[in-house]
Design a protein around this ligand. Structure first.
Ligand code: NDP
Length: 315
């Protein structure tokens, strides 16, 4: 059984930045990296919107650099997933999927959110090679190309509109005729000449090829009309899946206050949760921005809040 001053759960930009600030404050920091060390950025390719990298950087490389940076200041990585978290009187108890028990004086939650995916054939294979779950991150790579956006909510409408800044055409593929999106967003999309709709339509398959360089590339999708069941193949350069996000907050259900969708509620502009000694940062508590850089910024806030809280408790 080991005791840590600061336990950080989750290893995306939020968790790593929290670890950086806490370890540089001379605190004993352990980061539980979980089942996807490095978080969502490890399933992207090029990241061009993270400041400090003039020519961009590969997502997995960025997370590797962040890990090396925190190790320089003594933060330790544990490659286990935290399965239970209990609040005791003076400390927290964490157990992991390996059955190991840890204690911590303070806990920073940084488990992130996951974009929901369709589960269609080829979707994972071409993720980062034509398939994306973030138009803000990847839209720029599809300059003058034809893309689709899947979904009928506000995110899909917002992403479709945004993509018309770069793309030749955008087709919104939605499984029914009614939209969840707000009227104003829908109206904006309907007025945009670059955008067309494929309604009552789902995606059966993402198709692609392997280039001579060995790189994969998505080249089209197989669409299915849900009324007639007819399928058709459409050549397309990019596909943005915008069917919602899910915060990875299951671990703290019943312990920490969250909204109806499972996003952790933090107090005011801080990272304080309703449980003293538990702080939250990154996409886990962000329903609006969900960017690597905003997650990193909130990780910094959580470390500073945690450090001050520890001090106030006489640690
Ligand atoms: P939503 O849950 O609102 O919409 C998800 C969409 O994806 C729905 O149209 C849904 O279809 C579709 N969908 C879900 N699962 C599947 C599936 N397996 N196959 C095909 N389609 C699927 O999520 P959003 O991310 O759009 O929005 C989340 C919240 O964020 C909302 O409250 C929204 O208002 C808000 N938001 C606000 C913005 C703004 O105001 N600027 C911008 C973006 C988001 P169906 O309708 O048939 O269930």
């Amino acid at each position: 059984m080991s005791h840590h001053k600061v336990a950080i759960i989750g290893s995306g930009p939020a968790g790593f930045t929290a670890a950086l600030y806490a370890s540089r404050a001379n605190l004993d920091v352990t980061i539980f990296e979980g089942h996807q060390p490095g978080g969502q950025l490890t399933i992207t390719t090029e990241v061009e919107n993270y400041p400090g990298f003039e020519h961009g950087i590969q997502g997995p490389e960025l997370m590797d650099v962040m890990r090396k940076q925190i190790q320089r200041f003594g933060a330790k990585s544990v490659y286990e997933t935290v399965t239970t978290l209990d609040a005791g009187k003076n400390s927290f108890t964490l157990t992991t999927d390996r059955g190991v028990t840890h204690h911590a004086d303070v806990v920073i939650l940084a488990m992130g959110a996951s974009a929901k995916l369709l589960g269609a054939k080829g979707e994972s294979e071409y993720m980062g090679y034509g398939v994306s779950a973030c138009a803000t991150c990847d839209g720029f790579f599809f300059r003058n190309q034809d893309v689709i956006v899947v979904g009928g909510g506000d995110t899909a409408m917002e992403e479709a509109n945004y993509l018309t800044r770069f793309c030749k055409s955008v087709m919104i593929v939605h499984r029914r005729e009614e939209f969840r999106a707000s009227k104003i967003m829908l109206d904006r999309v309907r007025k945009n000449e670059k955008i067309s709709f494929a309604l009552n339509t789902t995606i059966d398959e993402f198709k692609g090829e392997t280039l001579e360089t060995g790189m994969k590339k998505m080249t089209g999708v197989v669409l299915r009309d849900t009324k007639t069941n007819e399928t058709r193949e459409v050549p397309i350069d990019g596909a943005f899946v915008a069917i919602g996000h899910e915060p990875n907050s299951k671990l703290v259900h019943g312990l920490v206050e969250m909204d109806d969708s499972g996003y952790i509620l933090t107090q005011g502009k801080s990272s304080y949760t309703n449980v003293p000694g538990i702080f939250a940062c990154g996409d886990l508590q962000d329903t609006v921005y969900r960017q690597a850089i905003t997650a990193a910024g909130s990780g910094c806030m959580a470390a500073i809040d945690a450090e001050r809280w520890l001090e106030s408790q006489g640690h």
